[in-house]
Design a protein around this ligand. Structure first.
Ligand SMILES: NC(=O)c1ccc[n+]([C@@H]2O[C@H](COP(=O)([O-])OP(=O)(O)OC[C@H]3O[C@@H](n4cnc5c(N)ncnc54)[C@H](OP(=O)(O)O)[C@@H]3O)[C@@H](O)[C@H]2O)c1
Length: 352
């Protein structure tokens, strides 16, 4: 049996689902892969809990419950890099550092973890979507995995890796890459005003805390950049145009003021829905990338096309050219995302 220390950064929706899954899947993970995950640290933005011998399952479940109620994890936390240094100083070997935050600036932590011989698992897209000069070291790194950065728990990254490993070059990538925008487009199909669809998505917890993260297309652009970079294009943000679903005047308002004003988009979007419908199409927020040039935005998609009816990501390759490889299903949600992280943790231990 391998006992693997785990240092978890982020105890939001995904982090808590992951802790719960680590606990309930213990018999399966031990039985199938002879692995026991010992969570030695859980860290949020302000506080942390540190237990170099590993937290017991009842402690982990109590942390999940306390965090869900808005309580602190524990005392004030040290800096990111200091936490990994503390783990190394405590003699923890072969640990996994798991980043399920949505933070920028995590690179020094990741670099310190990799330098310590630790594995890294990301649901956080930002380190992979920064300038190529900084991000490229996280690609093709056998000690770093990031399945949940695209498609939640669906094996999008694993499929792309398989295509690349088997020398099948990627010609084109396209898909609906946002559960939030997929939901909003579905509500537009039903005649719901845009502002109402956004408010519903937010109330249901589908959006990021600031819905502009979704509506601005930034999250989708990060995903298509990650896939494109894996496919071999050294993409920068400027290589992918994005359509932002709110006017520049609303960009710097506080979130609640933004929500109060998003109704200004109702008229223009209603017109686009009607124009698409008149042409036998539905509006979909899609991402596409070919020959290193991409776009992200709202497009009319013919009702007959799969993209109008299904949420998937497709890869057109030398072998899958006339009919692309498609991965789809219910991708978003904290449980699926956490399962993708857990799968990466198991994969790193098994193959690392
Ligand atoms: N939700 C989904 O369905 C989904 C799907 C795919 C990918 N993802 C990605 O998964 C990540 C997590 O999503 P989420 O929904 O769990 O977000 P969330 O609920 O907003 O949780 C984020 C967590 O990160 C913590 N945090 C912030 N800065 C930190 C730091 N410097 N060090 C340690 N922790 C820090 C926050 O701390 P506090 O609790 O103190 O605020 C919070 O616990 C994001 O990158 C997201 O894009 C999510």
């Amino acid at each position: 049996m391998k006992h693997i220390p785990v240092i978890l950064f982020g105890a939001g929706g995904v982090g808590r689902a992951l802790l719960w899954q680590i606990v309930v899947s213990r018999p399966v993970v031990a039985g199938r892969n002879q692995i026991v995950f010992n969570v030695v640290a859980v860290v949020d933005s302000r506080s942390w809990v540190w237990a170099p011998a590993g937290l017991a399952d009842d402690q982990l479940l109590a942390l999940v419950a306390a965090k869900a109620e808005g309580q602190r994890l524990g005392p004030e936390r040290p800096g990111n890099v200091e936490i990994v240094e503390q783990a190394a100083a405590a003699g923890l070997e072969g640990a996994l550092v798991v980043d399920v935050t949505a933070e920028a600036g995590m690179e020094p932590l990741l670099d310190r973890a990799l330098a310590s011989g630790y594995g890294v698992v990301l649901a956080n897209k930002k380190p992979l979507a920064g300038p190529w000069s900084t991000a490229q070291r996280y690609y093709n790194n056998p000690r770093l995995r990031h399945e949940s950065t695209v498609g939640g728990g669906q094996p999008v990254i694993a499929t792309l890796r398989y295509l690349l490993d088997t020398n099948d070059p990627i010609f084109r990538i396209e898909g609906q890459m946002s559960g939030t925008l997929g939901y909003i487009c579905g509500r537009l199909d039903e005649g719901v005003p845009f502002s109402q669809a956004v408010a519903e998505a937010r109330a249901n917890g589908y959006t990021e805390p600031d819905p502009r993260e979704d509506l601005g297309g930034l999250d989708v652009r990060r995903k298509i950049m990650i896939l494109g970079r894996m496919a071999g294009w050294p993409l920068e943000e400027a290589d992918i145009t994005i359509e932002t679903l709110y006017p520049p005047a609303l960009a710097s308002l506080p979130v609640e003021a933004f929500m109060a004003k998003i109704g200004v988009m109702d008229g223009p979007i209603r017109e686009r829905v009607a124009a698409a419908r008149a042409a036998g199409a539905l509006l979909r927020y899609t991402a596409e990338l070919e020959a290193g040039v991409g776009s992200v935005g709202l497009k009319p998609v013919s009702r007959e096309e799969p993209l109008a009816n299904l949420k998937y990501i497709s890869f057109r390759t030398a072998l899958y050219n006339d009919q692309p490889m498609m991965i789809g299903g219910k991708g978003a949600g904290v449980e699926m995302t956490a399962a993708g992280v857990l799968g990466d943790m198991i994969g790193l231990v098994r193959e690392g």
